[in-house]
Design a protein around this ligand. Structure first.
Ligand code: PMT
Length: 222
């Protein structure tokens, strides 16, 4: 793509999983590796954007020349995202945020005693929906990780979370999506949709940045 595609724009990207503490040594999380979000951060940087990457705990290195903010929980990720909104033209939510967290995190390690125990979970705030509802709303792109009826659920999230675009991946296939090096997606927006066949997350990230930049520019011209 053209190197100046996103010149002068601030792009904020969330990536990786969140960790929701049960006690000081245990947490609830998921299999997100951060690879998809990190690849988008590198592609947006190559397109000329100033990039801020808000990342949950991952083992991969941060891309060069990208401002990386490390967070743990969904609530940390929300605080970090809201702090960026004064300087954010495009927000891309590739993180796999935990939908629920333990109601209370124990201060001390929970001891093994009873044969069963119950953990009460409460809903986490929705990072991308909160950004999209904000008065300083950027152009907002979400992801949807689905295991069935991908198109229906993705379009539903597009509308319900008030997003400009949503990138849907079918995570029921183990060679794409979570933790793999490849992905295949369909992107939905109000007027249309576009599918991308399986390819490396790096190559896909460049395609997505090009498509997102194009849609963003259309909203600016209106
Ligand atoms: O990290 P990788 O191993 O490379 O894997 C990439 C990926 C599969 C994690 C990525 O491509 C992906 O699909 N990310 C979104 C995963 C997800 O949590 O999907 P969801 O359908 O549950 O959430 C929908 C959207 O809402 C997402 O943009 C998510 O970031 C956002 N969300 C969800 C819950 C929440 N509390 N806050 C949010 O912002």
């Amino acid at each position: 793509f053209e190197t100046g595609l996103l010149a002068g724009l601030n792009v904020v990207i969330t990536a990786g999983p969140t960790r929701e503490a049960i006690d000081p040594v245990r947490y609830i999380s998921n299999h997100s590796s951060g690879k998809m979000g990190y690849a988008i951060a590198a592609a947006a940087r190559d397109a000329g954007a100033r990039v801020t990457l808000i990342s949950g705990p991952v083992v991969i290195p941060a891309p060069e020349r990208v401002h990386c903010l490390r967070v743990e929980s969904a609530r940390d990720m929300l605080d970090s995202a809201l702090a960026q909104l004064g300087q954010c033209d495009i927000f891309i939510a590739a993180a796999a945020v935990a939908d629920y967290r333990p109601m209370t995190a124990a201060n001390q390690k929970i001891k093994k005693s009873a044969d069963s125990m119950e953990l009460t979970l409460v809903k986490n705030p929705d990072v991308v929906a909160t950004v999209a509802a904000h008065e300083q709303r950027p152009f907002t792109v979400g992801f949807a990780a689905e295991t069935q009826d991908v198109d229906i659920y993705a379009r539903d999230k597009l509308v319900r979370k008030n997003l400009d675009m949503i990138v849907a991946n079918d995570v029921s296939m183990s060679d794409i999506g979570f933790n793999s090096d490849q992905n295949a997606v369909t992107v939905f927006w109000a007027e249309n949709q576009q599918s991308f066949a399986q390819m490396s997350k790096q190559a896909l990230a460049r395609e997505l940045v090009e498509l997102i930049a194009h849609q963003y520019q259309q909203t600016q011209e209106q």
